[in-house]
Design a protein. Structure first.
Length: 582
């Protein structure tokens, strides 16, 4: 029997060892698979984005004279250019501007186009006829744009020097907002938004014209060369994506994202700054709502609430995390936004009355008699405060029409527009903050509550033994000990807010504007991807910029979650040193 029992025990030990090794191998394989998938996603996004920033190139292909195909001729008058609504003529340093009218050309004015001591040597209108390129005898090139309600064009500040000799030709590239610049010995590729993108040695001769395949032929009829211009994404650069640009129709630089244009000759606006601003703005308003509620609930649940009530409240709040974003977005867009628009003064009054009312309720509770405080214990404040808050909300909504008549002349939206210059959009950042704050709050609450509950009770008890009040023990001992976990909760909540798509998509006007007003709409990177990816041409500039947006979101959320995990690791090590749970 002894040998049989020993054999059985050894068999069970080996079985447990095999089971543990198998579980470890499965967990390791899953972890390696997840890491590999994450890295593969990042590499895929980076590969799709890389062609955006490949430098343009111009290649010369010499051919025999008998291979010269029929060419579309270039304008012979290099000192005159025709635009959509205007025509320009060079006169020394000045541009003479003519306006097209029903009766013909009408003189609109004159404007100095080049620096002193220089004169204009070449003019050309870009595709669409709304932008003019001016070359001078000092090798400089500058872009001018037509501006609505202005008689003369406005300079964009893009003055760049191609060389030192006079500009001989400016050749607009068909179908693109770009042109080739011919100096005596230099050839340049100039893009309307990005400026000079490529420069090299000019072939002998001059531009002859375009063939039906879009190739520029250069030289003389006896010795011609075909120039292959590879500038597929020349309108995109880091500067054009993030800095204000001079767009057609605007006298000052603008931050714009507008890929859908009414005319194929219009220039698209590829500025990512409004989308990044909208992403951060939506996340900021969501966190402004979620952080006080989540941290307040976590502190009360972990440090003050009774064990029985905590066992019921905590799972309920964590269950809210399972609410689909599309449902919250639907409710926010179709229910919350119209209700807030109808009761705007009441909503703003609620944002002021509820925090003050909670402080007033706490102050009144401290002044109650000991018998009443026993009937309303602090550990059950999460329940007996609900009627008080409901009373405050009803009072604020009931008084808001009277307050609107007294303080805002009966129309708060008109008062905001006239006095503060704030326009109210039905779906705006405030609606997003309320809806997305509700979506982010359970995540922050669950992690922060776990961090606070994990602080060893001996720390708070030791502080109380030394005479500290419950609030002092919380503020000076518990919160500092739990601060890494609380910080991790905030970072993960921020990552969730930045990556949220459906709520932002359905609860905002999806307008790419850069304002801090809570009453204006916005457009985030994630919502922009969801809206525009189905209509983006495969492999085009717009398509790859959407991949760049996805890459930016990936890098941000990956960095935030990694930082949060590192902080949580430091929290576990701190608990080990304190002798608490690991």
């Amino acid at each position: 029997m002894t040998d049989s029992a020993t054999t059985s025990r050894r068999f069970r030990q080996r079985l447990r060892l095999f089971r543990d090794r198998l579980a470890t191998g499965v967990i390791s394989a899953c972890g390696i698979g997840v890491i590999g998938a994450v890295l593969a996603i990042g590499v895929f996004l980076a590969v799709e984005v890389a062609p955006l920033f490949v430098a343009p190139e111009v290649r010369e292909q010499p051919t025999s004279s008998d291979a010269l195909p029929p060419l579309a001729s270039l304008p012979t008058d290099t000192l005159s250019a025709a635009g959509e609504q205007q025509q320009w003529q060079a006169d020394g340093r000045e541009l003479v501007v003519f306006q097209r009218t029903a009766s013909g050309l009408q003189l609109s004015g004159r404007v100095e186009a080049v620096p002193p001591s220089r004169r204009v040597t070449a003019l050309v209108a870009l595709e669409g006829g709304r932008a003019l390129l001016v070359g001078d005898d000092g090798g400089g090139v500058q872009r001018w744009v037509t501006v609505a309600d202005q008689a003369v064009p406005a300079p964009t500040g893009h003055y760049q020097t191609i060389g030192e000799l006079p500009i001989r030709q400016l050749i607009a590239l068909p179908g693109r907002q770009a042109l080739a610049v011919n100096e005596a010995n230099r050839l340049g590729l100039y893009q309307a938004i990005g400026g000079l993108r490529w420069q090299g040695q000019a072939p002998a001769g001059e531009a002859l014209g375009w063939d039906d395949q879009g190739h520029l032929w250069w030289g003389t009829p006896d010795a011609a060369s075909r120039l292959e211009i590879d500038a597929e994404h020349a309108e995109v650069s880091w500067r054009s994506l993030w800095l204000p640009q001079h767009y057609e129709g605007h006298a000052v630089p603008q931050q714009r994202w507008q890929t859908s244009v009414s005319d194929s000759q219009d220039e698209p606006r590829y500025g990512l700054a409004p989308l990044a601003w909208g992403t951060l703005k939506a996340a900021a308003y969501a966190l402004l709502v979620a952080i006080p509620l989540a941290l307040g609930a976590a502190v009360h649940t972990a440090c003050f609430m009774s064990a029985g009530l905590r066992a019921r409240i905590k799972p309920t709040l964590e269950l809210m995390e399972a609410l689909p974003g599309v449902v919250l977005g639907f409710i926010a867009g179709l229910v919350l936004a119209p209700w807030v628009e109808r009761h705007l003064p009441g909503v703003l009054a609620l944002l002021l009355v509820l925090p003050l009312g909670m402080l007033a309720g706490g102050s009144l509770w401290t002044r109650l008699s000991p018998r009443l405080r026993q009937r309303l214990p602090l550990s059950w404040a999460g329940l007996w405060l609900i009627p008080w808050l409901a009373l405050l909300a009803a009072l604020a909504l009931w008084l808001s029409p009277s307050l609107e008549r007294w303080w805002f002349d009966g129309d708060m939206r008109t008062w905001l527009e006239i006095q503060l210059g704030l326009d109210y959009a039905s779906r705006n950042a405030m609606i997003v903050g309320l809806a997305m704050g509700l979506a982010v709050m359970p995540t922050i609450y669950a992690l922060a509550e776990d961090a606070l509950s994990g602080v060893p009770k001996s720390l708070a008890e030791g502080a109380a033994a030394m005479g500290a009040t419950r609030w002092q023990a919380l503020w000076k001992v518990v919160l500092p000990a739990a601060s890494p976990g609380v910080f991790a909760a905030l970072m993960i909540g921020a990552g969730r807010a930045v990556g949220e798509t459906m709520i932002v998509l359905m609860a905002t006007g999806n307008t790419a504007v850069m304002t801090a007003s809570p009453f204006d709409g916005l457009r985030s990177l994630s919502a922009n991807i969801a809206i525009e990816l189905p209509e983006a041409a495969l492999g085009g500039t717009h398509y790859r910029l959407l991949f760049l947006s996805a890459l930016l979101l990936f890098v941000f959320t990956f960095s935030v979650n990694t930082l949060a995990e590192v902080v949580r690791g430091r929290l576990r090590r701190r608990y080990q040193r304190l002798g608490g749970p690991t």
